[in-house]
Design a protein around this ligand. Sequence first.
Ligand code: 5GP
Ligand code: MG
Length: 181
Amino acid sequence: VDERELLSAGDVARTIARMAHQVIEKTALGSPGAPAIVLLGIPRRGAPLARRLAARIAEFSGHRVPVGVLDITLYRDDLRRRPTRPLESTRLPDGGIDEALVVLVDDVLFSGRTVRAALDALRDHGRPRAIQLAVLVDRGHRELPIRADYVGKNVPTARSEQIAVLLDEVDGRDGVLLRRR
Ligand code: 5GP
Ligand code: MG
């Protein structure tokens, strides 16, 4: 396997910090009239990413942002072809998501089908004021009219390539690699 480092551990930390600043700015966090924000990570690696983003947002803005996990397994449009079990089940913050600005967080955006499934899943849990999307890597190849509001790194890829996102909580170290087969 041919492997190239796209982001070092330090780059991952800086990228998440930059995304935190962008969330604070774009959502006007803490300003009068600004909606409450809820971060929802999509398992598996979206969950630790959402927790890290919330930690940086709190550090930079002084505002604590609730974090949850949104399981989308049952909402996948390929469920009949590939039955799967959830990696982690849905956990919403105590305040729920009604009238909140929900920021979905995932590691990689590809076809957009996972995000479409997340939007369906959210509909069963409440009615947010708005929904945004944050991804560490956008690798292109969208099959649906979906885009991210916050992108850590845009990586043009071939379909045959794979992005490896390594996070300390899951993989024991941080980094992003491009793998060619
Ligand atoms: P999509 O549903 O947009 O096609 O793919 C996005 C989902 O599949 C994300 O949850 C992401 O974790 C996973 N995914 C798709 N492509 C890649 C990839 O190249 N690398 C990694 N690590 N995950 C991917
Ligand atoms: Mg995933």
